[in-house]
Design a protein around this ligand. Structure first.
Ligand SMILES: Cc1cc2nc3c(=O)[nH]c(=O)nc-3n(C[C@H](O)[C@H](O)[C@H](O)COP(=O)(O)OP(=O)(O)OC[C@H]3O[C@@H](n4cnc5c(N)ncnc54)[C@H](O)[C@@H]3O)c2cc1C
Length: 426
C-alpha cells in the first residue's frame, strides 16, 4: 500500500503548481486546431510525435521535455567502460522536432489538470485535446533509506544508478576514478528497466577490472536469482572479479559509513552503484494515474487499458513506455525496454489519429527485441525477443525467446540505428 507519507513526498516535488485555481499564461497561442501534447522526449514520446505527424498531419503536436537533449541508455554499458570508440548517443530534441515537423518545448510539467485538459509548467500552461504521457521512471529509495532526505541525496550524488539518462556522465567518471577495493552494485526487485542491463553492466565492469589490472572486485547484491546465462559467466570466467549474492534483498544502506545490510550480511564497500527499486515517474502520481498491483492494491505504476493504452477512466490520456503497470495477469509487465517504448508510442499515435477522425482504432500489440552482451573478449551476445497475442478470453499472452550469438557483428548498433531513424528521423 502507498503510505500517505510516500504519496505526499511524491507530490511535494510539484510545489505551488498543483493548485489548479491559479490562471497561468498560455505557453503557446491557440492554433485553432486540435492539439496533442506529449510529455517526455525519450524513446516513447519521440516515436509517438513522429508517427502522429505522419498519421494525422491536421493535428498540432507539441512535445515537452525538461531536458533539451535526448541521451540513449541502450548501448551505454559499453560506453561506461570505454569498450566502444562511439560516443554516447545524444540528440538535440529541438532539431528532431524541426526535422519531423512538430513543436518542442523545454519545460518541466509540474501538474496536469485533467478536468480542464491543461498541463502546468513554471513558464505557463498548455491546453490539449489528447495527451500522451511518456515520462519514464523515478527511483524509489524509500524501502532502503526511509524518508532520510540527507541519505537519499548522498546516495543520488555519490552512488548514481546510471538508470536515468542524466546519471550516466557521473557514473562514467566515478568508474574511471575507481582504483581498487570493493565496488558494490545493487540489483533491485523487479520490475525495473531493461532486466538484463545490470548483468551486462556487471560483465563490462568485470572486464574493466581485469584488463586495467585493478585490484578490486564487484559485489552484486541481487534481490533475485540472476539470469542463468550470466550466472554461468560470472562463476566461470569472472570468478576473481565478481561476487554474486543472489536472493539478497537489501534492508538498509548507510551511505556515510559505506555499509549495506541484507537479511544475512552487513557489507562494507569502497564505492557503490546503487540501483534502487523503480516506479512510474512523479507526474503519474501527481495526475492520479497510479494503478493497482496483482493483489488489487495501489502499486507504483500507471494503470491503463492494455488494449488501447488510455488511462483508466480518461480516454483523452494515453500512457506509453516504462511507466506502465501490469498488462496481463499471465505475465505482469511488458519488458521496460526502449524497443517496447517505441512500439507503444507508435500504437498510441495510431489510437489518437483514428479517434480524432471518429474511427475505431485497429487493434495492435507490441513486440520487443533486446540485444545484450554476455561477454566482452571475445564479444558474445544474446538476443531476447518477446511477442504478444490476444487470447480468446481477452487476456494478452507473452512468448519470450532467447538466441545465443557467439559472433556478433554490430547487431546492437544496427538495431539502435533503426530505432533512431524511426524516432528522430535522422
Ligand atoms: C543501462 C541501460 C541499458 C539499456 N539498454 C537497453 C537496450 O539495449 N535495449 C532496449 O530496448 N532498452 C534498453 N534499456 C531500457 C530503455 O532505456 C528504457 O526502456 C527507455 O528509456 C524507456 O523509454 P521511455 O520513453 O519510457 O522513458 P525515457 O526514455 O526515460 O524518457 C522519459 C522522458 O520524460 C522526461 N520527463 C519526465 N518527467 C517529466 C516532466 N515532469 N516534465 C517534462 N519532462 C519529463 C524525461 O526528461 C525523459 O526525457 C536500457 C536501460 C538501461 C538503464
Amino acid at each position: 500500500m502507498v503510505s500517505r507519507r510516500r504519496f505526499l513526498a511524491a507530490g511535494a516535488a510539484f510545489g505551488a503548481a498543483r493548485s489548479f485555481g491559479q490562471s497561468l499564461p498560455d505557453l503557446l497561442p491557440a492554433s485553432g486546431g486540435r492539439r496533442v501534447a506529449i510529455v517526455g522526449g525519450g524513446w516513447g514520446g519521440l516515436t509517438a510525435a513522429r508517427h502522429l505527424r505522419r498519421l494525422a498531419p491536421e493535428l498540432e503536436v507539441v512535445l515537452i521535455d525538461r531536458d533539451a537533449v535526448f541521451r540513449s541508455l541502450p548501448l551505454s554499458n559499453k560506453w561506461l567502460v570505454d569498450r566502444t570508440p562511439d560516443a554516447l548517443v545524444q540528440q538535440d530534441i529541438a532539431s528532431a522536432a524541426r526535422t519531423s515537423g512538430y513543436r518542442a518545448i523545454q519545460a518541466e510539467v509540474t501538474a496536469i489538470d485533467r478536468e480542464r485538459r491543461r498541463l502546468h509548467t513554471a513558464q505557463g500552461a498548455l491546453g490539449y485535446d489528447w495527451l500522451i504521457l511518456a515520462a519514464g521512471i523515478r527511483h524509489d529509495y524509500s524501502p532502503w533509506l526511509g524518508d532520510d532526505v540527507r541519505a537519499i541525496e548522498a546516495v543520488r550524488r555519490l552512488y548514481p544508478a546510471g538508470f536515468l539518462a542524466g546519471e550516466l556522465e557521473t557514473l562514467k567518471r566515478k568508474l574511471a576514478e575507481f582504483k581498487g577495493g570493493d565496488l558494490l552494485m545493487t540489483i533491485p526487485p523487479p520490475p525495473f528497466r531493461c532486466p538484463p542491463a545490470p548483468y551486462e553492466r556487471a560483465v563490462m565492469i568485470a572486464w574493466m577490472l581485469k584488463t586495467r589490472r585493478i585490484k578490486g572486485r564487484l559485489i552484486l547484491v541481487d534481490a533475485g536469482g540472476g539470469m542463468q546465462r550470466f550466472n554461468r559467466m560470472f562463476a566461470e570466467r569472472y570468478k576473481d572479479q565478481i561476487l554474486h549474492l543472489t536472493h539478497a534483498p537489501v534492508k538498509s544502506i548507510d551511505p556515510f559509513r559505506k555499509t549495506l545490510s541484507t537479511e544475512f550480511d552487513e557489507l562494507r564497500f569502497d564505492h557503490a552503484i546503487i540501483i534502487p527499486p523503480q516506479q512510474a515517474a512523479d507526474l503519474i502520481w501527481q495526475a492520479g494515474l497510479i494503478g493497482t498491483d496483482a493483489a488489487g492494491k495501489p502499486g507504483g505504476w500507471a494503470g491503463f487499458d492494455p488494449l488501447h493504452l488510455h488511462a483508466i477512466g480518461d480516454e483523452r490520456v494515453f500512457l506509453v513506455g516504462d511507466l506502465l503497470g501490469r498488462v496481463s495477469p499471465l505475465f505482469g509487465h511488458y519488458p521496460k525496454s526502449a524497443h517496447m517504448a517505441c512500439q507503444l508510442g507508435r500504437i498510441a499515435a495510431a489510437e489518437i489519429a483514428a479517434r480524432s477522425r471518429g474511427k475505431l482504432p485497429e487493434q495492435q500489440l507490441p513486440e520487443s527485441v533486446c540485444h545484450v552482451f554476455t561477454d566482452v573478449e571475445p564479444m558474445e551476445m544474446m538476443r531476447i525477443d518477446a511477442h504478444y497475442r490476444l487470447r480468446g478470453d481477452g487476456l494478452i499472452t507473452q512468448a519470450v525467446r532467447q538466441h545465443e550469438d557467439p559472433q556478433p557483428r554490430g547487431e546492437d548498433v544496427e538495431w539502435a540505428r533503426g530505432l533512431y531513424k524511426e524516432m528522430l528521423g535522422l
